[in-house]
Each structure stands twice: as structure tokens, then as C-alpha cells.
Design a binder for this molecule. Structure first.
Ligand code: FE
Ligand code: FE
Length: 509
């Protein structure tokens, strides 16, 4: 048999000159993307992995075997029962937010497998599509076993099929990034920004914490998925290399847009998990410290190496790093019945840790939790709506998340009037993203506008059950049902139990 080096290059580079169709018929603008790059420049596309299909299949098969072995060893409810409850909820968040988004990534990669401008790139995108199917199937398989034990795990599959507010926000992001993007935007947004920068936080750093939290199943699952990411991250760098030569401005705009959108997603997903749901004994560094290492240092080096600038809103990002996920967590806690997993009140030791890790922001955040403490002290344990908000909150017209940028003292919300409609944004970068492509976003209705349009009920319990798809069995609660040793609840007399409708109005900070 011929040695690999003798044939691989021939098999990877299969572009030829088309005589019966034009370049633009073959690669129309909409599915292929429009740039200033001359078509022939894409022929220089190169990446270091140079995998053949045979090698790909053999390597993936080995990875599958390793995951199955771990599932047999530690993937049963009896194992999960031993995991600290807050951490178990990091699993429910991860399990819902990512697997079906990975399926959307399979579709994005399949589009690149046809419409990307170079044959080696198309081949890598096809491997990428097969990877993403694996990333969908592994968590669906592993978490399925847990549904009969805990119905909230049903949301691993259910989440993206609901109109839960988090699902609306996640779909708004992933539909654009993975289903609607052309191969160039997919390469910069997904392969470069998402996979080179941010997935490291959830799939590498959090995997290490999972081990210390006593959850080898999560550790193995995300590690196995991450081994594929390095290969597709490379697609992004190779596309960027050619793109910056002829169309630097477009490359910079795509990086700036997707950095901010991806930052919001991971700051909620990984931020909650690292700074609130990981047991204190397993925490090695704060979310902010991980971001400083993986993003502020390493990802910036990648941008600099390609001659790109840091995103224009860098100072806003650095402020956000101290505040944003804390603000969203406090907001989510006080509206926990609107989500499908349980949240925890940070205890005195956790608060001391957070105060030490976030000296710039924690003094302003601590009073929020003191109000939550007071809410629980006045209520009986087990009450789902103790220390819970009742008024509907406002969402950003770009990221579709609650308006939590800025600090408790300084609201950074921005508005924009376009036609008949007034739009509101959590931050300057979210408004900037909207203004770049208003036709892409302007028609979308956030939860509040759906209520105003009569598409969703305005009453809290009605929207939870009739629109968000939750039930009393699955809606989020306090992990400890409010039974914290440190809470110092007055022994007697207790005030009479309140119904949901009478629950105190603890608005988001
Ligand atoms: Fe993936
Ligand atoms: Fe926003």
C-alpha cells in the first residue's frame, strides 16, 4: 500500500476548474458568503491535521468505547445520587443548553461541507458535522438514563422544543450562528471564537472541576467531546488567515460580533456552574480567573497573531467580567421557577470566597443575597415561591437575556427607535450588533412582547406552565428547599404560609 504522505494531499485537494457553470452559480453568495477575497486565494486553504477518513473513523471509534465504558461504570442514577446537588444542576443546565445546539452545528458544518470555497476545508467541515452528531448523541444517551430518576433531566431533550425564555435566547443565538451562517461566518463565529476561545471554559476547565466535584461521567463526556474541538477550531484559524489578507474589516466585525454573543452565553452557562454550582471544596479558581487565562490571554494572542484588534468594547467586557454572571445568577435565582433546574443560595463560606475573588463587584451584590436570606427567613421551607419575583422582567432585543449588564448602581441599558418600534438592549455591544444587521433581528419578539401581543399569558404561573413548558414537578426550586443550617430561621412563631400569588416581589437586582 502507498504510504500516507504519497496520496493524502492528492485526495484532500480535489478542486478543479468548472467549465459548464460559473463560480457564482456554484457558490452563490447566500450559502457561500460574500467577501473581498479573490476566489483563487481560497485554494491556499491549509490546516495541520490532514486526517484521512479511515484515520478519522478509527480514532472516533476508540473515543466512543471510552465513553461507553464510563457510562457502564458511573452513568447510573445510583452514581448520580452521590453527586453534590448544586453540581448535579450544572449537569441539567449543560445537558439542555448544548446537545441540541451541537445538532444545529452538524447542519452548519454540512452546509460548509458543500458551500465552503476549498475542497480540504469542505472535507474538514464534513468531519466536523460527524463530530457534532457525536456531541449531540453522547449527552442525550448519558442523561437519558437519569430521566426516570429525576424528571428535570427530560429537559436535556425537551429544552429547545419549548418556549422557555432561556431556550428563546439560546435559539436566537444558535439559529443565527449555526443554522443561518454561511461557511465563512460559521468558521469565524463557531470555529474560531466559540471553539478556540470559549468552549475551553466549559469543556476543559469545568471538566477538571467535575472530577473534584465527584462527577467522572461529566468529566469524561466533555473531555471526549473536546478532543474533537481542537480539530474544528483549526478550520477557523485557516479561514481567518486568508480572510484578513483581503477583507480585514469583515473579519474584525465577525470577531467583534461573535465574541460578545458567545461571551454572554458562556458567562451564564459556565459562570453559574463555576462560581455557584461547584462545591467550594472543588473550586480551584473563579470563573473570572479562568476567563482571564483562557480568553484574555490565550484568545487575544490568536487575534494578535492574525493582526486583528481586540473587540472595540474591550473595557465594557472587562467590567462585565466582574458583574454580569453574578447579576444574571441573582436574577435567575429570584425567578428560579422559570427554569428547569434548581439553584442554590451561596452560604456564608461561598460568599466569603466570592468577596475575595470579586472585590470590585461583590460588595454591591452581597445585599441582594441578604434580601434573599430575609425572604427565606420569613417563609416556611419547601415553599417554591419564597424569595421569588412575580413581575415580568425586561429582555435585551439582541441577546434575549434579562437586562443585567452594568452594575447594580449603573444600568447600561440602551434604546433604539426603528420604524414604529422601540428596541431595548442590555449594553452598547448588543445595540451595535443589532445596528449592523437590523433586518436580521428586528422582527424577533422577546418574551415581554409575546405577552403584549397576546401570544403568551402574563400571569407568572400561567406562563410557566402554558408557555415555558414547565410543570410543578420540573420547575426550578431552591436546591435545599430553603433549609440552610446557616439561615438562622426564627423558631416560632412562623408567619402563615403564602400562596404564589401573594409571594413577595423580589425583583431582579
Ligand atoms: Fe461540538
Ligand atoms: Fe444583550
Amino acid at each position: 500500500m502507498l504510504p500516507r504522505e504519497a496520496w493524502l494531499d492528492l485526495a484532500r485537494k480535489l478542486d478543479w476548474t468548472f467549465r459548464y457553470v460559473s463560480e457564482s452559480q456554484l457558490f452563490p453568495d447566500a450559502p457561500s458568503g460574500t467577501t473581498r477575497v479573490p476566489p483563487d486565494d481560497w485554494r491556499r486553504w491549509e490546516e495541520p491535521f490532514k486526517t484521512s477518513y479511515r484515520e478519522y473513523v478509527a480514532a472516533q471509534h476508540e473515543k466512543e468505547r471510552a465513553v461507553r465504558a464510563v457510562r457502564e461504570a458511573v452513568g447510573r442514577p445510583e452514581h448520580q445520587r452521590r453527586i453534590p446537588r448544586p453540581w448535579l444542576n450544572a449537569n441539567k443546565f449543560h445537558g439542555a443548553a448544548l446537545p441540541l445546539a451541537e445538532f444545529a452545528a452538524a447542519i452548519g458544518n454540512l452546509r460548509a461541507g458543500r458551500f465552503a470555497r476549498d475542497s480540504a476545508w469542505r472535507t474538514m467541515a464534513l468531519f466536523g458535522a460527524m463530530d457534532e452528531l457525536r456531541h449531540t448523541e453522547i449527552p442525550l444517551l448519558l442523561y437519558h438514563e437519569l430521566v426516570k430518576w429525576d424528571p428535570q433531566f427530560d429537559w436535556v431533550h425537551r429544552f429547545y422544543h419549548t418556549n422557555n425564555w432561556v431556550a428563546i435566547a439560546a435559539r436566537h443565538l444558535f439559529d443565527e450562528l449555526l443554522l443561518a451562517a454561511n461557511p465563512i461566518e460559521l468558521a469565524i463565529g463557531t470555529n474560531l471564537v466559540f471553539e478556540t476561545g470559549f468552549t475551553n471554559l466549559q469543556f476543559v476547565a469545568l471538566s477538571g472541576l467535575a472530577r473534584d466535584a465527584g462527577d467522572p461521567m461529566f468529566e469524561t463526556m466533555v473531555k471526549s467531546i473536546q478532543t474533537d474541538e481542537a480539530r474544528h477550531a483549526q478550520i477557523g484559524r485557516s479561514v481567518l488567515e486568508i480572510l484578513v489578507e483581503s477583507d480585514r474589516a469583515y473579519a474584525q466585525r465577525l470577531v467583534d460580533k461573535w465574541f460578545w454573543r458567545t461571551w454572554h452565553l458562556f458567562s451564564v452557562l459556565t459562570g453559574f456552574s463555576m462560581d455557584y454550582l461547584t462545591p467550594l471544596s472543588a473550586r480551584r479558581a473563579s470563573f473570572k480567573e479562568f476567563v482571564e487565562e483562557w480568553i484574555v490571554t490565550q484568545f487575544l494572542e490568536v487575534l494578535e497573531a492574525h493582526g486583528l484588534e481586540r473587540p472595540w468594547y474591550w473595557d465594557t467586557f472587562l467590567t462585565s467580567l466582574d458583574h454580569y454572571h453574578h447579576m444574571v445568577y441573582a436574577s435567575a435565582y429570584t425567578y428560579r421557577a422559570t427554569i428547569w433546574f434548581d439553584l442554590v443560595v451561596p452560604g456564608p463560606e461561598e460568599r466569603a470566597w466570592l468577596a475575595q475573588k470579586y472585590p470590585a463587584s461583590w460588595p454591591a451584590l452581597a445585599p441582594v443575597w441578604e434580601r434573599v436570606d430575609a425572604g427565606w427567613r420569613e417563609s416556611d421551607p419547601d415553599l417554591d415561591f419564597a424569595a421569588h419575583g412575580t413581575a415580568i422582567v425586561t429582555f435585551c432585543d439582541t441577546c434575549q437575556l434579562v437586562l443585567c449588564e452594568g452594575t447594580p448602581a449603573r444600568n447600561t441599558a440602551q434604546t433604539l427607535v426603528r420604524g414604529e418600534r422601540k428596541y431595548i438592549f442590555c449594553s452598547e455591544p448588543c445595540r451595535w450588533i443589532f445596528e449592523q444587521e437590523p433586518e436580521r433581528y428586528a422582527g424577533h419578539l422577546d418574551v415581554v412582547k409575546r405577552v403584549l401581543a397576546g401570544q403568551a399569558p402574563g400571569n407568572l404561573t400561567a406562563i410557566l406552565t402554558q408557555y415555558f413548558g414547565l410543570t410543578q414537578e420540573t420547575w426550578g426550586r431552591d436546591v435545599e428547599r430553603g433549609r440552610y443550617d446557616w439561615l438562622d430561621r426564627p423558631a416560632k412563631p412562623r408567619p402563615p404560609q403564602r400562596s404564589a400569588a401573594e409571594a413577595p416581589d423580589e425583583r431582579q437586582p
